[in-house]
Write a protein that binds this ligand. Structure first.
Ligand code: AHG
Ligand code: MN
Ligand code: MN
Length: 328
C-alpha cells in the first residue's frame, strides 16, 4: 500500500508572516489582519450561542460562566474597534454602528484606517442563517495629523479588504492588490487554514441574487435587467450580502441591490459594504458598479452614504448595467 503524499495545511499566521516581506505597501498589514481574525473567532462563538442566550435569558437562568452571551451589532462593532486599537497599526475606524469615525491615534506606526460593517445580515442571526463582517482598509499617507478628510477616499485607494462569513463553517477572505485568499476556521485547533487559496471568479456565472420582492418598485429598464437574469440563471438569495457575495465568488454569480423609485441609492452602504466587496471582486476578476459608474471610483461624501450595487462576474455585470441604463 502506498500512502498518498500529504502537505501540511498552511495556517493564517504562517501566511501572514511571509506574504508581503519587503513590500512597503503592506507594512503592518499582518497585524491588522491578525486582529480581524481574532475578532472573528470571538464573534463566531457569540453568533453560535446568540439564540441560546436568548432562551436562557427568558428562563431567568444564567450560563455557567455567569456571563450574558447575546451578540448585537453594537457588541460586534465594539469588539472589532477594540481589536483594531490593540494592534497599534490602525489610526481610525469607521463603523456602520457608530455615527462618527472612531479616532484611535496618529502615531507613526498607525498607518492604516478601516471602514467596517461589523455584523452584516444581522436580522438573520436568530434564524441560523449565515451572517458576516466586512472590512475596507486604506493606507494613511505620510504622517499628517488625523482629519476626517482622510476617510473620504474612494474605494480604488484601498490597499486591502476582508470579510468573514459565520456560516456552516467560519471563513475569512483576505484580499490585497494582487490576490484573494480564503481561510477556513478549524474548530479543533482554533486556527484559520488557507483554503481555498488564490481565489478567482469562475468564468461561468451560475446564479443571480436579488430581492425579487422589490420588483414592482423598480423602473422599467431595471425590471428588464432582472427579468433577463431570471430567464438565464438560478436565483439564490440569502439576504446577507456577505453570504450572497461569498457564494457568488466561489460559484460564479451576480448580486444586485439596485436603487428603486423610492430609494434611488438603494439600501447598501458605499464605504463598508460596496467598496470592500468591490475591491475583492476586482482582484478576483469580476466587476462592481453602481449602475452608472465603477463602485471604486465613487468619491465618498459621507461615512454612511448608500449606493446601488451590481457586483459579480464582469460580463454579466456589464450586460446588466447596460440594460438598466436603457441599452440592450
Ligand atoms: P446589515 O445587517 O448590515 O444592516 O445589512 C443588511 C443588508 C445586507 O446584508 C443584505 O444584502 C440586505 O440588507 C438585504 O436587504 P433586503 O432584506 O431588503 O433584501
Ligand atoms: Mn450590512
Ligand atoms: Mn451591519
Amino acid at each position: 500500500m502506498t500512502l498518498a503524499a500529504t502537505t501540511r495545511p498552511r495556517s493564517l499566521s504562517s501566511y501572514l508572516t511571509s506574504a508581503w516581506i519587503g513590500d512597503d505597501r503592506y507594512d503592518g498589514l499582518d497585524a491588522v489582519f491578525s486582529e480581524i481574525a481574532e475578532g472573528a473567532k470571538y464573534i463566531q462563538v457569540k453568533v453560535r450561542s446568540a439564540t441560546l442566550a436568548d432562551v436562557i435569558g427568558t428562563t431567568g437562568e444564567i450560563n455557567v460562566q455567569g456571563e450574558i452571551v447575546q451578540l448585537s451589532d453594537m457588541a460586534a462593532s465594539d469588539k472589532f474597534v477594540e481589536a483594531l486599537s490593540d494592534c497599534g497599526r490602525v489610526a481610525a475606524v469607521g463603523s456602520e454602528e457608530i455615527e462618527d469615525t472612531v479616532f484611535i491615534g496618529d502615531g507613526a506606526k498607525q498607518n492604516f484606517f478601516e471602514q467596517m460593517d461589523p455584523l452584516d445580515g444581522s436580522s438573520n442571526i436568530d434564524l441560523a442563517v449565515s451572517i458576516g463582517s466586512i472590512f475596507g482598509i486604506w493606507r494613511r499617507e505620510g504622517d499628517e495629523p488625523f482629519t476626517d478628510e482622510w476617510l473620504f477616499r474612494p474605494g480604488a485607494e484601498q490597499v486591502a479588504a476582508a470579510y468573514v462569513v459565520y456560516g456552516s463553517s467560519t471563513v475569512l477572505i483576505l484580499s490585497t492588490e494582487d490576490s484573494v485568499q480564503g481561510f477556513m476556521l478549524d474548530p479543533n485547533s482554533g486556527e484559520f487554514i488557507l483554503t481555498p487559496p488564490d481565489l478567482k471568479l469562475p468564468t461561468k456565472c451560475s446564479c443571480y441574487s436579488a430581492n425579487e420582492g422589490n420588483f414592482k418598485k423598480l423602473d422599467g429598464p431595471t425590471q428588464q435587467a432582472l427579468t433577463d437574469l431570471r430567464n438565464e440563471y438560478s436565483l439564490r438569495y440569502v439576504g446577507s450580502l456577505v453570504a450572497d457575495f461569498h457564494r457568488n465568488l466561489l460559484k460564479g454569480g451576480i448580486f444586485l441591490y439596485p436603487g428603486d423609485l423610492k430609494a434611488p441609492n438603494g439600501k447598501l452602504r458605499l464605504m463598508y459594504e460596496a467598496n470592500p466587496l468591490g475591491f475583492i471582486v476586482e482582484q478576483a476578476g469580476g466587476a462592481a458598479s453602481s449602475g452608472t459608474r465603477r463602485i471604486l471610483d465613487i468619491q465618498p461624501e459621507e461615512l454612511h452614504q448608500r449606493t446601488p450595487l451590481i457586483i459579480g462576474n464582469k460580463d454579466v455585470v456589464e450586460k446588466t448595467v447596460s440594460t438598466m441604463s436603457g441599452g440592450e
